[in-house]
Structures are given as structure tokens and as C-alpha cells.
Design a protein. Structure first.
Length: 89
């Protein structure tokens, strides 16, 4: 009688796993770009890519229970990157 509720719960679990997978992937990209930027702080293209990834990560991290605690540190990183960009202009 309530089979539809069971399917909705299964789909929700699959969606959460997909969001976690995407969040993990974007976290890895961010780490790589941060390392590149540490090696060359004036790399404009790396700065742009990193800012894009940070913005993508905000929405994914907000949806992910595993990565939700990373949102505040991410805002700090965004501010630091903005300051770095301003100094290099």
C-alpha cells in the first residue's frame, strides 16, 4: 500500500550518494588547483578556475551531509583568493 514511500527513500539515498561523489570530486579538483596556485600565485587562469570550482562546491557542499561542515572554510578560501586576485591586478 505504501510502496511509493519506499521507492522515494531509495531514490533519496542514491541521490545523496551521487551528491557526495560529486562533492568528493570537486574537493579533489580544488586541492589540485590550490597546489598549482601555491606554486605560482600569479597564475591568472588558475585563479579563475579555482574561483569557479569554489562556487560550484558551495552548492554541492550544502547538499551533502559529509561536506556541509566545509562551507565556512570555503568562504574563507574565497575571500583569500579574492584578496590575492586584487593584489595581482
Amino acid at each position: 500500500m505504501f510502496g511509493f514511500r519506499k521507492k522515494a527513500a531509495e531514490n533519496k539515498g542514491a541521490d545523496e550518494q551521487e551528491i557526495d561523489r560529486q562533492a568528493e570530486s570537486i574537493s579533489e579538483k580544488i586541492t589540485t588547483l590550490e597546489q598549482e596556485l601555491a606554486n605560482n600565485p600569479r597564475a591568472g587562469e588558475t585563479q579563475k578556475q579555482l574561483m569557479l570550482e569554489y562556487n560550484r562546491a558551495l552548492s554541492l557542499f550544502a547538499k551533502s551531509r559529509r561536506f556541509r561542515q566545509e562551507i565556512d572554510p570555503l568562504f574563507v578560501k574565497i575571500d583569500e583568493l579574492r584578496n590575492t586576485i586584487r593584489k595581482s591586478i
